[in-house]
Design a protein around this ligand. Structure first.
Ligand code: C2E
Ligand code: MG
Ligand code: MG
Length: 431
């Protein structure tokens, strides 16, 4: 077998002969780009052989975390799945996981350990807590059948990986592009319904920003938000999204629905002392009631200047807005912040939701988050409901509201009311 060597990183092309060895039917695997990270050259060679024989289209190898990050940072080699040994010299698997989370890695991970499955359990927990998708974990030696089964689970992550590739590498917007885009209507919102667990009715929606670009297509939020933060335009972006969101809310309410709308804030918005007044003014102009607006702030980013954030959040709360701690569980000093800040809602990160039906650790975390939220008098929302099993589990755990692809992907506001009508026409048992 031949392969290409780039420094210490080896990329194994899959030859037609390998495909003929019983692996042709696996179109899915043929499209996958899998990165195997292990310091042992023998393991790398064997595993690359196994993956290739299985029909994986693009197999990349790296001998430690730094090399792996080099591949993640390159759009040509950005992997769909990383199979990672935990113990490695230089940068080990645990540090690699932190760096991947900082890069908002949207692919999936499989963990490998040469020793016991206790450490592997702890690291698996860490991957989920960092908000990444874990396909599974294995103690060496690699069992090819099990590996193939785990890889087949990466399927539903595809669109996200494509989006991440796009947003990470092709769409960093310049200040000029942002300014022009904000004026010319390149920014728009999609809305994703939130469902009450008790009544199975739609109680609101989350507004998620999109950027329409004539050359690059639709750009997803992280690239737009980080560009706006970098160019000092995050307040303009947030106010623009907020206006669209409350305008939609006013329309939903005018059509007779008792709904709320959630809008994501950047932590940087919380440094703007007159944010409450500005949001109130826009809500009034659009005819929306602030008490029907929930402002979501991502927990992991609530660090920095907590005093200023506290002042602004406190005044937003006094103004009648509801406050939600988004992506709960992915941050560091969660409990302390929950105590300090005037939140109304806790939104459990989808890392704990996906997989909780078959993973006892994720389920335990999920249950504790819900209990904690309720003990603090908060509404608990679970995001990332992808299956009927997720829905049933969350209902049995007493979660108040649910949101996720199982109910609907984000849609344009003008489609929303039709969707709500069709949803409510279904028998309750099916919702
Ligand atoms: P978020 O606020 O936690 O929003 C949920 C994200 O999860 C959305 O991604 C949504 O499309 C996705 N999602 C919903 N249901 C499912 C599901 O069942 N499975 C999976 N795998 N994903 C699901 P999106 O739209 O790409 O947004 C990503 C993040 O960008 C948001 O996470 C939020 O933190 C940020 N964001 C979005 N819109 C805005 C905005 O207007 N302002 C700011 N500052 N941030 C925003
Ligand atoms: Mg959110
Ligand atoms: Mg979230």
């Amino acid at each position: 077998m031949s392969w290409e060597r780039v420094g210490n990183v080896v990329a194994f092309p899959v030859t037609p002969v390998m495909r003929k060895q019983g692996c042709i039917a696996k179109n899915r695997l043929a499209e996958l780009r899998v990165l195997f990270v292990d310091d042992d050259p023998f393991m790398r060679e064997i595993t690359a052989e196994i993956l290739s024989t299985m029909g994986v289209g693009h197999v990349l190898c790296a001998s430690d975390g730094s090399e792996a990050l080099g591949l993640v940072d390159d759009p040509i080699t950005y992997p769909d799945v990383i199979i990672c040994d935990i113990a490695m010299p230089n940068m080990d698997g645990i540090v690699l996981i932190r760096h991947l989370a900082n890069r908002d890695f949207r692919g999936s991970m499989i963990l490998l350990s040469g020793t016991s499955d206790r450490i592997i359990g702890a690291v698996a927990d860490l991957v989920r807590r960092r908000g990444m998708r874990l396909l599974g974990a294995m103690v060496k030696p690699i069992n090819p059948a099990m590996l193939e089964q785990l890889l087949s689970g990466s399927q539903h992550a595809d669109s996200e990986v494509d989006a991440a590739r796009l947003s990470q590498f092709n769409t960093i917007l310049s200040g000029e592009e942002l300014r022009r885009g904000l004026e010319s209507g390149s920014v728009f919102i999609t809305v994703q319904p939130k469902i009450s667990t008790a009544t199975r009715e739609v109680v609101g929606a989350e507004a998620l920003l999109r950027w329409r670009d004539s050359v690059r297509g639709t750009i997803l939020p992280p690239a737009v938000v980080s560009s706006a933060e970098a160019h000092g335009l995050i307040d303009d972006l947030t106010l623009c999204i907020f206006r669209e969101a409350v305008r939609s809310l006013a329309q939903f309410c005018a059509a007779g629905h008792s709904m709320s709308i959630s809008v994501n804030l950047s932590v940087e918005n919380l440094a703007t002392l007159d944010l409450p007044e500005r949001l109130l003014r826009i809500a009034a102009q659009e005819g929306a009631d602030p008490r029907r607006v929930t402002l979501e702030v991502t927990e992991s980013r609530l660090m920095g200047n907590l005093a200023t954030s506290l002042e602004v959040l406190g005044r937003l709360s006094l103004a009648g807005f509801k406050l939600s701690m988004d992506d709960f569980g992915t941050g560091y000093s969660t409990l302390e912040k929950l105590k300090q800040l005037p939140f109304d809602e806790l939104k459990v990160d989808r890392a704990f939701v996906s997989g909780a039906t078959h993973d006892t650790v994720a389920r335990t975390i999920l249950r504790s988050c819900i209990e904690l939220g309720h003990a603090l008098g908060l509404t608990v929302v679970a995001e990332g409901i992808e299956t009927g099993g997720d829905r049933d589990l969350l209902a049995s755990l007493g979660c108040d509201e649910m949101q996720g692809y199982y109910f609907s992907r984000p849609m344009l506001p003008e489609e929303f009311l039709h969707w709500v009508k069709a949803f409510h026409e279904q028998p309750i048992g099916l919702r």
